[in-house]
Design a protein. Sequence first.
Length: 187
Amino acid sequence: MAFVRGSQWNKDLKHKHYDSVELTSATGKKTTYLTRTIKGRLKDVGFDVCVVISKRHNRDSHPKYYLCSDTSLSAAKILKRYSKRWAIETEYWLLKQCLGLGDFRVQHYEAIHKWYSLVYVSLHFLHYQLIVSQQSASPFHSIAQVIEHHRAQHAQALLLAACDQAIAEGNTDGVIERFVVPTRIAA
């Protein structure tokens, strides 16, 4: 391929037919992408590469470009492998944001080691729940779904406990005192 700006490639290939590639997302949703493939050598890269140009539909004016160093792979295989990257990014985000991997500050080595251990025990629990769910009629497709389900179970248990207490006591004063966190108003 001659040196041309990457954004120009799709326009230069107007005459070339799109191939349809169907991918399944982490949530199980199937999406069809229109793809074109270019193989060749890029400037300042010492080996051949494959570039997949992908659009969601014919009128998509902002195609995505995927570069792969294995020129023997088809566009479908390249996009399928790339789609797995999202699961890795999501899991990394979950580790930092939802499981607290990013919540420690400058600490002693032992404190960091213990914190990491706790986070990874939590992650293994979530992976275990994901694997166990594969035996059910509606399996989870991602760790995020496991977390969402786990939170919903906790919310349901909290609501049931609050209702049980209200019924047992015959009023809501005790429930509000136990379950509603008082807000402080700045003086």
